[in-house]
Ligand binder design. Sequence first.
Ligand code: 5GP
Length: 189
Amino acid sequence: MTTTPARLTVLAGPTAVGKGTVSADVRARYPQVWLSVSATTRSPRPGEVDGVHYRFVSEAEFDRMVAAGELLEWAVVHGRHRYGTPRGPVEERLAAGEPVLLEIDLQGARQVRESMPEARFVFLAPPSWDELVRRLVGRGTEDEAERERRLATARVELAAEPEFDHVIVNDDVHRATDELLAVMGVVTG
Ligand code: 5GP
């Protein structure tokens, strides 16, 4: 099943580094890049729209998707909820020759490396550990226990940087997006 795997880009990086912000910036400025919509068992946050930000599914539906082989990768993130990339839409877009971006966690990125090693693997890094902590606390959408869980995950995730083909420091969202698009070959420079 080789379509045009070189056009698949996986964006990973520690929690709160700004993967969501960078991919939203890509979507806003370059609608020709198709951003995969993940399935998740977590509940929507205020403002999140089913089918746009995520496909919010029940545990039973996620089980079904796993059993049916419908997910390209999936993982339990922060020890809590399951997240996964629906395989069909990704393969359709790649077959159509469109650039595809997956914004997923490290465990997911490793699975994609197994099944689609030709993809580009990009690690979004924080300017520093202190800045990462500041962003995580500043977001204010999680309670204390959840923040601790996410920081513990982030420490492990930061250590994975050398596994990636490209490292982009998210010091400025627009600049990081431009660098990502250059890596993807969507824009030059
Ligand atoms: P959040 O709950 O803050 O939206 O996302 C939590 C984490 O789940 C983020 O690090 C995000 O990259 C990761 N994530 C989102 N979708 C997927 C997916 O489809 N697969 C995997 N493995 N991780 C995902």
